[in-house]
Design a protein around this ligand. Structure first.
Ligand SMILES: [Zn+2]
Length: 311
């Protein structure tokens, strides 16, 4: 369903601003309803397996034997697609936060490290009737090729960029080690980021942009950082702005510092409580963008399950 919603958000390039406004409002309302009331802590959606649909608000059972938790890999990929498009329409960190949550907790987990086995359902708890295991293929094999498509286009999710007159911008949505290069009026702009993201919150940047352009770089600060950060070299007052979860480095800062580094704070373990309306007696631990969970060691799930594995 979120794949269908991703289409109206492609209308950015049309001149039908009134239609775009209406669709944006509708998308925003649906997005908020999905994220606030129908999404698992891992970014999985689709609680009801039989029909691959949402349940009523806060119906978020942990596993098949509790009556739900489909959280299909494809569904989270679609959420990422929608988030990426919404970031084009309206640069808000909350879209990037969910994109990152889905990527690391309901999408990357869906493929084994050797790339040979996949999950389709991403329930939060296994059971003897429906173990949490990866399979080499499926009768209806939508998820493995969808993962291949996502991985091959991952660079498009990391950042977007553009220019207008003599101004250029780069919006960095995800942190990793990667390099972006593009041209504006025949001149090259490049931005490289290096980090051990996932495990630590330091990101080093190298930027090269021509003097003839005013270049702005915007960096997403995930909400779990509580928007606390350190920028090195430190900026002069007025050279940076924090707006809707993105830290804007204005042209004077970018021009003066071809090398700079971001350190996000509050990367350490954080406890996430379940919403009381879910009626779930579980506790979740997060560190940075990763959600951790553990199953009771006494649960006899047998070979092949995630129990005791590297999940
Ligand atoms: Zn699928």
């Amino acid at each position: 369903m979120s794949a269908i919603f991703a289409r109206p958000s492609d209308l950015e390039s049309t001149s039908c601003m009134a239609i775009l406004d209406t669709l944006s409002n509708t998308l925003n309302r649906l997005w908020n309803d999905m994220v606030d009331k129908k999404m698992y802590v891992t970014g999985g959606i689709g609680a009801i397996k039989q029909w691959e649909v949402f349940g009523v608000e806060y119906f978020l059972p942990q596993s098949t034997d509790e009556g739900g938790c489909y959280a299909e890999t494809c569904a989270s990929i679609s959420v990422m697609m929608l988030a990426e498009r919404l970031l084009h329409l309206d640069l808000q960190g909350r879209y990037g936060d969910i994109m990152e949550l889905c990527l690391y907790n309901n999408v990357m987990t869906a493929m084994s490290l050797d790339g040979k086995e996949f999950t389709y359902v991403n329930q939060l708890a296994g059971s003897n009737t429906d173990k949490s295991v990866r399979h080499s293929w499926f009768w209806c094999a939508c998820c493995p090729p969808n993962l291949a498509r996502l991985y091959s286009s991952l660079g498009g999710y990391l950042w977007d960029y553009g220019s207008h007159d003599q101004q250029a911008f780069i919006n960095v949505h995800l942190y990793t080690t990667a390099k972006l290069a593009f041209e504006v009026n025949g001149e090259s702009i490049a931005l490289e980021q290096k980090s051990e993201w996932l495990w630590e919150g330091d990101v080093a940047f190298e930027v090269s942009a021509p003097d003839s352009l005013e270049t702005t770089i915007r960096l997403r600060l995930p909400a779990w950082t509580q928007y606390e950060f350190e920028l090195t070299p430190p900026p002069h007052p007025g050279c940076i702005q924090l707006c809707d979860g993105y830290l804007s480095l204005t042209h004077p800062y970018v021009a003066a510092h071809p090398s700079f580094a971001l350190r996000v704070k509050n990367f350490g373990p954080q406890h996430i409580a379940m919403h009381p309306h879910t009626n779930q007696n579980t506790s979740t631990l997060a560190r940075g963008p990763i959600i951790y969970y553990a199953e009771d060691i006494e649960q006899p799930l047998g070979d092949g399950s995630f129990q005791g594995c590297h999940h």
